[in-house]
Ligand binder design. Structure first.
Ligand code: 0O2
Length: 211
C-alpha cells in the first residue's frame, strides 16, 4: 500500500494535519472548560479526533478517480484530519457550529447538514469542512479539517451502521437496511423527546427564578 509513497513522505504529508488537529482540539478544549466553569450546561459531551489512515486516503482517491499525490490529497480529500464532537441535544449541535463559525481564524469551506437532510440510509450528522492557518517556520498553510457534530444517539446509530457496512463488505442485505432506517427514526424521536425535556426543565427553572 505504501509503494507509491514512502513512509517518510507519508509522515511529512500527514504532519500538517496533525498540527491542524492540535489547533482545533485546543479550541474545543477551551470551549469545553469555559462551559464547564461558567455555564449551567456544557454542549460538548465527547470529542474524538483522528488522522485518516494512508490506506483510506488511497481508497478515497481511487473512488474519486484521482492519482495519489500531495496536491490531490490537499485539494480533494477533505477529511484527512477529522474531529467528531458528540452532544446531548440537537440544539447543542447548532450552538457549537455558531461558536466555531464566529472564530476569526476558522474559515468555513462547506457545511453539510445531514440532520435537516438525512442520507437515504438514515445517517444524521452535521458536517463542517473548515480551514485553519498553521504557522510553519517557512510559510503559513491553511489546512482542512472535517468537523462532525452529532448527538450521542446519532453517534450510536452511525457507529453501528459503519460496522455493519464493512461487515457485509458494503453490500448490506435489504432487511438490515430497513431495520437501520427504523432505528434511525427511533433515534430521531428520542432526540426530539430529550430536547423537549430540556426545554421543559428550562421553563420550570425560569418560572422559579421569577418567583
Ligand atoms: P471513514 O471510514 O469514516 O473515514 P466529499 O468528498 O466530501 O464530497 P464525503 O467524504 O463522502 O464526500 O463526505 P461526507 O458525506 O461528509 O462523509 C464524510 C464522512 O462522514 C465519512 O467518511 C464518514 O465518516 C461519515 N459518513 C458519511 N456518510 C455516512 C454514513 O452513511 N454512515 C456512516 N456511519 N458514516 C457516514 P468516509 O471517508 O466515508 O469514511
Amino acid at each position: 500500500m505504501f509503494e507509491e509513497q514512502s513512509l517518510g513522505e507519508w509522515k511529512n504529508t500527514l504532519l500538517i494535519y496533525k498540527f491542524a488537529l492540535d489547533e482545533i482540539n485546543t479550541k474545543i478544549k477551551i470551549l469545553n472548560e469555559e462551559f464547564t466553569l461558567n455555564h449551567d450546561h456544557n454542549p460538548i459531551e465527547h470529542v474524538k479526533s483522528r488522522i485518516k489512515k494512508p490506506d483510506s486516503i488511497i481508497n478515497k482517491l481511487e473512488r474519486k478517480g484521482l492519482e495519489l499525490s500531495q496536491h490531490n490529497i490537499e485539494h480533494y480529500i477533505n477529511d484527512v484530519a477529522g474531529v467528531r464532537i458528540s452532544c446531548s441535544f440537537i440544539s447543542d449541535i447548532y450552538k457549537i457550529y455558531e461558536l466555531l463559525k464566529q472564530q476569526d481564524d476558522i474559515y468555513i469551506i462547506e457545511v453539510k447538514d445531514y440532520i435537516k437532510n438525512p442520507k437515504p440510509n438514515g445517517y444524521k450528522s452535521f458536517h463542517m469542512i473548515i480551514e485553519i492557518p498553521i504557522f510553519l517556520a517557512s510559510e503559513t498553510k491553511r489546512v482542512k479539517v472535517e468537523i462532525q457534530i452529532r448527538t450521542v444517539a446519532m453517534d450510536f446509530w452511525a457507529s453501528l451502521e459503519h460496522k455493519i457496512f464493512y461487515k457485509y463488505n458494503k453490500k448490506v442485505p435489504n432487511e438490515i437496511i430497513e431495520s437501520l432506517n427504523e432505528a434511525s427514526a427511533t433515534v430521531n424521536s428520542l432526540d426530539y423527546k430529550m430536547e423537549s425535556i430540556k426545554n421543559q426543565m428550562e421553563e420550570i427553572k425560569e418560572l422559579e427564578y421569577q418567583k
